[in-house]
Design a protein around this ligand. Structure first.
Ligand SMILES: [Zn+2]
Length: 473
């Protein structure tokens, strides 16, 4: 993290803001790093008793969205709907609970009035100007600290966001509002109909949803300049009396073989495919065994190794799962692990070090159990600590997944909860669905018959208020 750590969380509250996706395509695994990391940060801070508000925006208006809509001959709203839903779906596949992450998901187009009033303030204070063609530009020269975040001098910087025309005072000035071209989505403004530039949306949304400023503002390393530099310039110039951001945390990008994983290079690995190939736990292990601020390398071999690492933890957890007592060793390992884990996480969310502590302690327990099998029942306190820390990192032991049931009648399809290492086939899911339908119609005899059939096939089904849970009997 960079920035003044002083003042973060002093009142027990922490506000986090993360730049979310521009919804014009399915996310690739590189885009998954931010939500996965910030989910873990929020979980950790909550486990330490902080009241966390995590805001992750959706950029739902952008050139890329308009271009995609034009290419496909559909409306831009259709593109936004499709890829927002794909984004949520992929977060779920990665094991992120979208009911809890993020706390607020503001959309750019729902904040046009806030953006317009921020731009008006910037014009009033001399930090922005409207050359009269419908565009509004930020006047970089009016804000001497410009370049502070990316540590660049003005002569090293490149032009950032353009408007519809090039009539600006200085090459570095960037568009806050862009006059719309015919046929493009547009909103009314004091400068004519147009649409906001990209950077202004995050300034407006941070200020609205985290009125005391963001304690930590996150995003990919590629956003440091120009996006975050410009956000800071906008908000700090408009409201110098307020704190905009206390600390910045930029995550490293993902390397595949020789090139950076960017769409322009054509290195796309869809999240759905990656989860299918490796499982979400292996992906999580891969992300968290690298420090967020560093780039990480992708290869099939690395992911396979991460999957095996996760298996080792799960196996140990299963081995000590029936513990009924806690030996001295169990207590001391649990206490030491908790301390080391916390120290690592406090040190700029050092998840690789936190996981190293987990593996070391787990290795120690594994040795003890293989030397004396009866000891497997004496690790109750350690097992609880292990489960809690892995839960903080977003692993759940045992891990449960929800599968949508095939549904042939009206209403939203119900889901069945299944341990993620079990693979019920389509016929099994079909039977569970029919049983759900029978239960809803109060046809108890049919429901019982289906339960009996599932039982005969080796499955056990338990009904909970949240729906059916499937396991091996
Ligand atoms: Zn942003």
């Amino acid at each position: 993290m960079t920035g003044g750590e002083v003042g973060i969380g002093q009142d027990g509250k922490i506000g986090l803001y993360v730049c979310g996706p521009t919804v014009y395509d399915h996310i690739h695994i590189g885009n998954a790093r931010a939500p996965l990391f910030w989910d873990v940060v929020a979980r950790y801070l909550r486990s330490r008793g902080y009241e966390v508000t995590l805001v992750q925006n959706i950029t739902d208006i952008d050139d890329k969205i308009i271009n995609k809509a034009n290419e496909e001959g559909v409306s831009w709203e259709e593109i936004v709907r499709r890829y927002t839903s794909s984004f949520h779906d992929r977060l779920k596949k990665l094991g992120i609970d979208t009911e809890r992450f993020p706390d607020v998901e503001p959309r750019a187009t729902e904040h046009i009035p806030e953006m317009i009033s921020l731009i008006e303030e910037l014009i009033e204070k001399g930090h922005a100007y409207a050359p009269g063609n419908g565009d509004v530009y930020y006047r970089v020269e009016s804000y001497p600290p410009y370049g502070q975040l990316s540590k660049q001098r003005p002569d090293e910087m490149r032009e950032t966001e353009r408007g519809a025309s090039g009539s600006k005072e200085n090459a570095l000035d960037f568009a806050l509002w862009k006059a719309s071209k015919p046929g493009e989505p547009s909103w009314e403004s004091p400068w004519g109909s147009g649409r906001p530039g990209w950077h202004i949306e995050c300034s407006a949304m941070v200020e609205k949803h985290l009125p005391n400023g963001a304690d930590i503002h996150g995003g990919g390393a590629d956003l440091r300049f120009p996006h975050h530099e410009n956000e800071l310039a906008q908000s700090d110039a408009a409201h110098p009396d307020r704190t905009f951001v206390r600390a910045w945390a930029h995550h490293g990008l993902i390397n595949i073989a020789s090139g950076k994983m960017a769409k322009s290079l054509g290195n796309i690995l869809d999240v759905e495919r990656a989860v299918e190939l490796h499982g979400r736990n292996a992906l999580r292990m891969w992300f968290l065994q690298g420090h967020y601020s560093q780039p990480i390398e992708y290869s099939e071999e690395i992911l396979e190794e991460k999957g095996r690492a996760y298996e080792r933890l799960r196996n140990l957890y299963t081995q000590i799962g029936d513990s009924t007592s806690s030996s001295e060793l169990s207590h001391s390992l649990a206490t030491e692990l908790e301390e080391r884990f916390d120290a690592a996480m406090r040190d700029d969310f050092d998840t690789p070090r936190a996981l190293a502590a987990v593996f070391e302690a787990a290795g120690r327990v594994g040795q003890e159990v293989s030397a004396r099998p009866a000891a497997a029942k004496e690790f109750l306190s350690f097992k609880d600590t292990l489960a809690e820390l892995l839960f903080t990192l977003g692993f759940a032991l045992p891990v449960w997944t929800e599968i949508q049931l095939p549904w042939h009648v009206d209403g939203p399809p119900p889901v069945v909860k299944v341990r993620d290492d079990l693979r019920p086939g389509e016929q099994v899911l079909e039977k569970i669905a029919r049983r759900e339908q029978a239960r809803r119609e109060k046809s108890w005899a049919v429901a019982d018959q289906l339960r009996y059939e599932l039982h005969a096939e080796g499955w056990s089904i338990e009904d909970t208020p949240k729906g059916p849970v499937l396991s091996h009997r």
